[in-house]
Design a protein around this ligand. Structure first.
Ligand code: 3HC
Length: 654
């Protein structure tokens, strides 16, 4: 049953019934059309309400159907039936209406909603544009500028904002359906207002403003086509009749549907949902976590504290150095103040989050916390000593997590008497912003401990991915091969600016050498020195970065690294000195430099990363290819519209 109907006297309530989110699959579309056909013939019906069963009106088209050809009736066909119905249809939103869901609501004559409802047109996130009149109706209703914001950002708004904009007509604080029925009955015998399709074009149409918006959208899209396509459809709404605009929208929608970016983004959507589905954790019940102890008040520890406090956890922030602790608290408060200023957080929410963080200088105060996340110096002996201490301080069922980026957490776990409750929670900097969380499964970690880490990750709004223990886990291990191949390319004939440009054109925000300048060449140098004793002496080693370090070129912080910088200007200027160093490095190894094409640069880097990705899968470090995709997208800036590293390489989950 995809649609349920209830006849209350002369009022027909039609429920879209397709759990969990009332997606508008072919079966739903057919069922809606069939009901509307009966409305035409049953003259006892004098009022019609369209709603959704459960907490969704509808999350839009069934994403699984894209790419499967035309499955009739199409969504625009359904909207036609609703809009042409002999009775004005009232949409009653019991919750969220997204994409095609909102488009259905916009084809109704009036829209009522609960206060918790959200509305939006997120198609852009799937590489699409609204394909059932959303780009034509919404700008007519709320104007070109606001309409453009909806379709290019894909961000939903709450009911209050939707009411202000005129997307919904009323927020119902009492019983939604009773209110909708009363409203529908009040229309009997009156002339209902015209459908949105009969409205004139948006009054705020202004070609110059639109062009400026297009330029801004193009710059922000960084290679993604759907935001630009969505804006083109808005232009059609402003300059064409509704019917012609609708045709233009359909054409643009179809072009997006065929674009590989659509497949990449939809893959990323489902990958995110699949990452939570871990067979051996299905039966595990996460522990209750209310308080979290964070060890280390540096950049990472403070970022983790902000994330945890924002999610409502009580945070005890420990640092052995008073200075560092003070600085950490100042950093945390500054971040919350910034959130207020930028409108990301309300003042009361930021203040209550601030109040959640308590600085402590005595580790004994961690005795009662439910979870500890350690973010101190990356030294095995120090970490082992700290975990041993934590083990004796913390209550027996507390989970102890390390935020280490590459150390063997099995060894850390072995320093405690609770190895089943020790695991990795690897955040990415800035930890309060970056979405990725690698949950690292130690040999003895219990299912419950891992499930708890996933539950905490979800509450923090992170995309948590399971990784096994290995040097660098999933992400940093692949990053290492990326960086290494980029440096081999330097010796073979490319220059840093060539490689960075190719990777930017591929869709990364920055190339590897720009990233290195931002992160600091000194930090990377120290990391390399730690590896000197274990590095295979026969492995190819490029020493250009060491030479830059010797010259004091540490990156942006010294205004010189792989690039030159000017005071107050973060632009990376190619450096003749670096070019000379690169050429000299090739000569020193008797490598004849040659022209390296952009294609070769890209292919070699991708193949190096893919080969590591394959090894990570073969070794069981990642459970599935799509998990690697998520890590690369959300932790390392791999362009989401390419679906992630493995998807790009044609490797998908079985
Ligand atoms: N189609 C098919 N399945 C969908 C779906 C959709 N539109 N939206 C969600 N689902 C599925 C998810 O895959 C998941 O399935 P699973 O349980 O098997 O893993 C299940 O519904 C629940 O989804 P979430 O885990 O994401 O649940 P949340 O409560 O966290 O989030 C949501 C709900 C906000 C609706 C989120 O799922 C979402 O953003 N969905 C996508 C909405 C969207 O992009 N709509 C536009 C579709 S394109 C369109 O409408 C084109 C039209 O213009 C022609």
């Amino acid at each position: 049953m995809y649609v349920k109907t209830e006849l209350d006297g002369n009022c027909l309530v039609i429920y879209i019934t397709n759990p969990p989110v009332n997606a508008l699959s072919q079966a739903v579309r057919q069922a809606v059309v069939d009901v509307f056909k009966t409305v035409e013939t049953n003259l006892d019906i004098e009022a019609v309400i369209l709603t959704g069963q459960g907490r969704f009106f509808s999350a839009g088209a069934d994403i699984k159907e894209f790419g499967k050809g035309d499955l009739l009736p199409s969504l625009p066909d359904v909207l036609d039936y609703i809009e042409r119905c002999r009775l004005p249809v009232i949409a009653a939103l019991p919750g969220t209406a997204l994409g095609g869901g909102l488009e259905v609501a916009l084809s109704c004559r009036y829209r009522l909603s609960v206060a918790a409802a959200k509305v939006g047109l997120p198609e852009v996130n799937l590489g699409l544009i609204p394909g059932a009149g959303g780009t034509q109706r919404l700008p007519r209703l709320i104007g070109m500028k606001k309409g453009a914001e909806f379709v290019t950002s894909g961000k939903p708004v709450g009911a209050k904002e939707a009411l202000k904009l005129g997307i919904i007509d009323e927020i119902v604080e009492t019983d939604l359906l009773e209110a909708a029925k009363a409203f529908a009955r009040s229309l009997i015998g009156t002339t209902a207002r015209s459908p949105i399709s009969k409205m004139g074009p948006p009054e705020d149409w202004d070609k110059a403003a639109f062009d400026a918006l297009m330029a801004k959208t193009k710059a922000k899209a960084r290679g993604q086509v759907s935001p630009i396509a969505a804006l083109e459809a808005v232009e059609a709404a402003c300059t064409l009749s509704f019917e012609d605009g609708l045709k233009a929208e359909r054409e643009i929608f179809k072009t997006c549907l065929e674009n590989p970016q659509r497949a990449g983004l939809i893959h990323a959507f489902f990958a995110q949902r699949q990452a939570k589905k871990i067979p051996f954790l299905e039966a595990a019940v996460p522990q209750d976590v209310k308080s979290i102890g964070i060890l280390g008040a540096g950049t990472m520890g403070s970022g983790i504290a902000i994330a945890c406090a924002s999610a409502g956890y009580d945070v005890l922030l420990f640092d052995a150095h008073t200075d560092a602790l003070d600085k950490g608290i100042t950093r945390i408060h500054a971040a919350f103040d910034h959130n207020i200023k930028t409108g990301r957080m309300s003042q009361p929410a930021a203040h209550s989050a601030k109040a959640c963080v308590t600085p402590i200088s005595d580790m004994q105060d961690l005795a009662d916390v439910d979870l500890v996340i350690e973010a101190i110096v990356e030294k095995m002996d120090v970490k082992r000593a700290v975990f041993e201490q934590l083990d004796s301080i913390c209550k027996s069922d507390a989970i102890l997590a390390s935020n280490t980026s590459y150390l063997n957490i099995n060894e850390i776990a072995a320093a405690t008497r609770r190895p089943d409750r020790v695991l990795g929670m690897h955040f990415f900097s800035p930890a309060n912003i970056m979405k990725l969380l690698e949950v690292v499964r130690t040999e003895k970690a219990s299912a419950q401990s891992l499930a708890t880490a996933f539950a905490v990750g979800a509450k923090l709004g992170k995309i948590a991915v399971l990784s096994g223990v290995c040097d660098g886990f999933i992400g940093n291990r692949i990053l290492k091969t990326y960086r290494a191949e980029a440096e081999f390319l330097l010796e073979d004939g490319a220059l840093p600016q060539d490689i960075d440009r190719v990777m930017r054109e591929f869709g990364f925000a920055m190339g590897p050498f720009q990233v290195s300048d931002l992160a600091g060449l000194d930090i990377a140098w120290h990391n390399r020195r730690k590896e000197d004793s274990t590095r295979d002496p026969n492995a190819r080693y490029v020493d250009i970065a060491d030479k830059l370090y010797d010259l004091g070129r540490f990156g942006q912080k010294t205004q010189a690294g792989w690039y030159d910088y000017k005071t107050g200007d973060r632009t990376a200027y190619p450096s003749p000195l670096v070019d000379d160093l690169v050429i000299a490095a090739s000569q020193a190894k008797n490598i004849t430099r040659r022209d390296i094409s952009d294609t070769e640069i890209l292919n070699r880097i991708m193949e190096a990363m893919l080969s590591e990705g394959r090894a990570i899968l073969d070794e069981g470090i990642a459970l599935k290819a799509s998990d690697i995709d998520l890590v690369m997208i959300h932790g390392y800036g791999f362009p989401k519209y390419r679906g992630g590293l493995m998807f790009y390489g044609g490797i998908t989950d079985k």
